[in-house]
Each structure stands twice: as structure tokens, then as C-alpha cells.
Design a protein around this ligand. Structure first.
Ligand SMILES: [Zn+2]
Length: 247
């Protein structure tokens, strides 16, 4: 049975369509190509796909205007740091994932799709190793799983790397985090729960004093900073760079 693409309205058969979690279909020919290859369509609904498409439209413009010129710059403070297809622009406070294409064979490299994040929104950069059997031999591949806060559209993706340690070390130094964040997630959740519980108790004891809420927020910020570093300056830099694109 033919379906209709929820974005462009074209009639599509099962081989031409991508089913989304909310039962909508989009066409592979046009509308799926608006997004990144790294985007997880299988677990996305239509609003997520639309948010991602807007993100790619904005990100591609920013990447070509701000990141591409920095690929060949001789100015040390504007140099990009790259890990696979992930590019960090330290002077902009921005990080991008960009997927290159070539006009002919390996020539005429260009960047038709990219997403750009505030580097300060990067809260997870975990190393993941996966083994698979190739020709009877076990091969291990290493990935970095990235996850960004405050991000509509694609907020998580993974990128293959030869070694994960330089990536973790780099971002830890960017955020001023000494120890590895590998297990921070669990510890963090536990501490938040502890704070919530404490705040609840305080609130009850004070018989609904409005101050208790403010105190919870303060405690939350303190824990956040302790675990993830102070992101204020890097986010301010990013907001200034993004302002012309987000009028
Ligand atoms: Zn379509």
C-alpha cells in the first residue's frame, strides 16, 4: 500500500519510505536526505525529524561560513581541532559534526550537511568499544558517544575514532575537568536525588517556605559545576557566534 511522505506529500512505496515511531512515513529520495546520516530515524518521530532538518539547515550554513575558513587558517587561536567528522572551533565556542561529499571520486570535497552545537552543551563524550568478527578474526572498533544538552533535533550521535583517549582528554581540558567523566552520569544522578530528597525535607520542615526551591537550584548548580566544569564563558562565546544566525 502506498504511503504519503509526511513532509513533502509525495506518494511512496515501502522501499522508498522511512517509517517513524509515530507512524508517519517520510520519503528516502528527498526528505530523508535533508538530514545527517548519523541521525537515528528509526527512533525519531515527525517533530524530531523536522527539528533536525531545521538544525541541519542552520548548521550547514554556519559550518561553511565559520568552520570551513578555519580549516586552513594560519592563525593559531582560530585553528580547528578535529576528531573524525567532529570539528571544534575553540575561538567560537562551537562544535560541529559535518558529513563531507565529493563532486568526483576524491576531488571537490564539499560540506552539504552539518550540525553545529555550543561546545558548552556537550555533557557526555564516552568511549564505547564494539567487537565484531571479520573473516573469522575479532576486530574491535572504538567510538565516541557524544550527547548535547539544550539541543532540539539530533542531540546525540557516535563517531568512530582510532583511539578514544585523546578525545576525552581534550574535552576534559576544555571544561577544566580533572577526572574522567565516564562514570559521572550515575554519580551525578545519585547526587541530584540526594539534593532533591534533602530539599524536600527542608521544605517540609519549613512548612512550604519558598526559599527551599531556590536553595535546591543553588545546590544543583554547584553540583553541576563540580562535575562538568564551569561552562559560562564558553557558552557566552558560542552565543555571540550564533547570534547572527538566530535573529
Ligand atoms: Zn518527502
Amino acid at each position: 500500500m502506498a504511503q504519503k511522505c509526511a513532509i513533502c506529500g509525495e506518494e511512496i512505496n515501502v522501499f522508498q519510505s522511512q517509517k517513524l515511531t509515530d507512524g508517519n512515513y517520510i520519503c528516502r529520495k528527498t526528505c530523508k536526505k535533508l538530514g545527517m546520516k548519523a541521525f537515528d530515524y528509526v527512533h525519531a518521530d515527525l517533530p524530531m525529524v523536522l527539528a533536525h532538518n531545521a538544525q541541519v539547515e542552520e548548521g550547514t550554513k554556519i559550518f561553511n561560513e565559520l568552520f570551513v575558513p578555519r580549516m586552513k587558517t594560519k592563525e593559531a587561536d582560530k585553528k580547528l581541532k578535529s576528531f573524525g567528522h567532529v570539528y571544534v572551533a575553540p575561538d567560537l565556542g562551537l562544535t560541529a559534526l559535518a558529513e563531507p561529499e565529493y563532486k568526483f571520486f576524491i576531488f571537490g570535497k564539499y560540506w552539504p550537511r552539518a550540525v553545529v552545537y555550543r561546545t558548552g552543551d556537550l555533557y557526555r563524550y564516552d568511549v564505547k568499544k564494539e567487537s565484531k568478527i571479520v573473516d573469522g578474526k575479532e576486530q574491535t572498533e572504538t567510538f565516541i558517544e557524544y550527547e548535547f544538552a539544550n539541543t532540539p533535533g539530533m542531540f546525540t550521535f557516535r563517531e568512530k575514532v582510532t583511539s578514544g583517549e585523546p578525545v576525552v582528554k581534550y574535552f576534559n581540558s576544555v571544561f577544566g575537568i580533572q577526572k574522567t567523566v565516564a562514570n559521572a552520569g550515575n554519580t551525578f544522578a545519585n547526587q541530584i536525588n540526594a539534593v532533591k530528597a534533602a530539599a524536600g525535607a527542608v521544605k517540609a520542615a519549613m512548612n512550604g517556605d519558598a526559599d527551599a526551591e531556590a536553595r535546591t537550584a543553588t545546590a544543583f548548580d554547584a553540583l553541576n559545576t563540580a562535575k562538568y566544569g564551569d561552562r559560562t564563558a564558553i557558552n557566552a562565546k558560542a552565543d555571540a557566534a550564533l547570534a547572527p544566525y538566530r535573529k
